[in-house]
Design a binder for this molecule. Structure first.
Ligand SMILES: Nc1nc2c(ncn2[C@@H]2O[C@H](COP(=O)(O)OP(=O)(O)OP(=O)(O)O)[C@@H](O)[C@H]2O)c(=O)[nH]1
Ligand SMILES: [Mg+2]
Length: 588
């Protein structure tokens, strides 16, 4: 079948389905339609935070167009499409679109300048003349997942249904983490083709690189159960800088040429096919939901009323049992969250008791080195030293503690989410069995944002210190130095534990707030998901039951309409499956 013919048939399917689906699915359908028409697809750059996604995209463009940095940065999806000159526009959540200059991109897509997306940006679209874009791909920069910024993880997960092909960035350090494997597994069902890139190879020499490649490869093979997984080594930094400086040799050594070649090769041979398959698959996923609903309605409308009542009652019972199971896992989840909070409290306490003597000792070293100085100068100096030492110690501790809490929280959250997802699956299977309906890879229309990392922000963490007291030392300046020294020491001995204690308290309550908030949101999200599933089944059954109270003619007419709808949906399904059969295709 030719591309055009297949495309027309998918378009027909979309046109038929559009009036039958809900608003947000309709949006997704019209998106598919546009991509089919333009024969373009989304090549999405994915990975954990700070793997160099944005740098890689800039290297492909040959200029520092998008902002990159050392701290978790990209917070908004940016789509890059071909255009004769560079242009940029912001698409807001409320539907507004605003033209901006390329220099202004930063103000919208970074965590720093648009914290928690307070500007309400949906995505940024950039036109650029780069040749790779001209060949018909839409290059997409996504926020890194797994960082302290939960929102960034959410944004990327929300985009997964629109990924056609992916570039998954790993780095040499660490070569492949547990979190990355977990993320990859979430990505995998959404993509038709995935390219693995091992970035930052400039950090290692050739021997180490081989070792790292072997390691990553072995783990990827195991995780994905595939034997053929090419990995492209890359230094996005060298590629970008080489291109900016016109240093051909540096560009060549960076590995970007091989990767571009692979991407272009793939574009040339498979783009059309990918566009078709990816669209067909997305429409099929929607179809399975619609078919289940129709089946359920038909079944309910043809089951004798008393039997139907029995089935409804049985479903209610199952629902109750499952609700109990859900309460159990919620209870478990809550318990685990409480222990996590306890861990944080203990850590803070330990930090306090360990650090006070150590900081005091360091302060005394500063004191000894400076005690010849005048009272005023010395007291100011000590005050400054205390502030600096505290800030440093707290900074280090907060970063470490945060990593620990994050890892632990995601473990707990993932387990809970898996559990609830399992329960939902069970519910759907039972409904299917009860009403004797074929259940085919049913997907609840929902993104997977629940499994995101703990919401925590380093930037607006509580002020560590308030040191207004500094001026107090001044009045000591008229006293003899021995007295002053003693007073300063006494003051330090008194103030230091106070400050440490107060700030431990602040950090603790900050952590507790964030853990509690994240946990609450997760529970709420999972509950919504459960309720939606139950409502979905109940709505179909109730609709059919309502029908049974009408005249036989009306029932017959409704049944006829339902059966026609079913035949229509099945026809579309067969057609799409046929298209897929002809174009089989995962790791590139
Ligand atoms: N040494 C080295 N550093 C790199 C390379 N690629 C990126 N970096 C650096 O890594 C840091 C992160 O790069 P970004 O491109 O912002 O990473 P990102 O994946 O877009 O980060 P998020 O948007 O926060 O997820 C920056 O300091 C880059 O300069 C590379 O190949 N080698
Ligand atoms: Mg980025």
């Amino acid at each position: 079948m030719l591309f055009e013919e297949a495309r027309d048939r998918i378009n027909q399917a979309i046109a038929t389905l559009a009036p039958l689906v809900q608003e947000h699915s309709r949006e997704a359908l019209s998106d598919l339609e546009r991509k089919l028409k333009e024969n373009k697809f989304n090549l999405v750059v994915l990975g954990e935070f700070k793997r160099g996604k944005t740098t890689f995209i800039n290297a492909l463009l040959g200029e520092k167009l998008l902002p990159s940095a050392v701290l978790p940065l990209t917070s908004i999806v940016t789509l890059l499409e071909y255009g004769p000159q560079v242009e940029a526009e912001v698409h807001f959540l409320d539907g507004k679109v605003e033209k901006i200059t390329p220099q202004e991109i930063k103000a919208y897509v970074t965590e720093k300048e648009n914290p928690k997306n307070e500007k309400g940006v949906k995505f940024v679209r950039v036109l650029h003349p780069a040749s790779i874009l001209k060949k018909g791909i839409i290059l997409v920069d996504t926020p890194g997942v797994g960082s302290l910024y939960e929102n960034n993880t959410d944004v990327t997960y929300g985009f997964l249904p629109r990924v056609d092909a992916g570039v998954f960035l790993l780095t040499v350090d660490p070569p492949l983490s547990k979190e990355e494997i977990a993320f990859l597994k979430d990505v995998y069902p959404h993509v038709e083709r995935i390219f693995f890139v091992l970035n930052k190879v400039d950090y290692v020499d050739a021997d180490d690189l081989n070792e790292v490649m072997e390691f990553a490869l072995g783990n990827l093979k195991e995780a994905l159960g595939s034997n053929h997984i090419p990995i492209y080594p890359l230094s996005a930094k060298n590629a970008l800088e080489g291109r900016i400086q016109g240093d051909e040799d540096r560009v060549k050594k960076s590995g970007i040429i091989q990767l571009e070649r692979a991407l272009e090769d793939f574009l040339l041979k498979e783009k059309g096919s990918i566009v078709l398959r990816s669209s067909a698959n997305k429409v099929l996923a929607l179809l399975s939901t619609l078919l289940f609903q129709v089946d359920l309605e038909i079944k309910a409308a043809t089951t004798p009323l008393d039997e139907l009542e029995k089935k409804i009652n049985r479903f209610q019972e199952i629902k109750e049992e499952i609700a109990q199971e859900r309460r159990d896992s919620e209870f478990l989840f809550k318990g685990e969250i409480d222990s996590l909070i306890k861990i944080v409290s203990n850590d803070m306490e330990r930090f306090g008791t360990q650090k006070v003597p150590r900081i005091y000792q360091k302060l005394m070293e500063v004191f000894q080195a400076n005690k010849h100085k005048g009272a005023l100068e010395l007291s100011k100096l000590m005050d400054k030293a205390m502030k600096e030492l505290l800030v440093k110690e707290f900074d280090d501790m907060v970063i470490q503690e945060n990593e620990k809490v994050n890892a632990e929280y995601s473990r707990i959250a993932r387990r809970f989410a898996d559990k609830v997802n399992g329960i939902i699956d069970q519910l759907m299977t039972l409904a299917a069995e009860l009403f004797e309906i074929p259940l085919e890879r049913f997907q609840v229309e929902e993104s997977i944002t629940e499994e995101s990392a703990l919401w925590y922000e380093l930037e607006d963490r509580p002020k560590l210190l308030d040191l207004e007291g500094a001026g107090k030392f001044i009045s000591y300046s008229i006293l003899p130095s021995a007295v002053v020294h003693k007073m300063i020491k006494t003051e330090l001995q008194k103030k230091l534990p106070e400050k440490v204690d107060m700030n431990c308290g602040r950090v603790r309550s900050d952590f507790v707030d964030r853990i509690t908030k994240s946990a609450m949101e997760l529970r709420w999200g999972m509950e919504q998901k459960m309720n939606q599933t139950v409502a979905f089944v109940e709505k179909a059954v109730q609709k059919a039951k309502g029908l049974r109270e009408k005249s036989q003619e009306e029932v017959d007419a409704a049944l006829k309409a339902l059966k026609e709808k079913k035949a229509l949906l099945e026809g579309i399904k067969r057609d799409l499956k046929g298209i897929l059969e002809q174009r089989k295709g995962k790791a590139a």
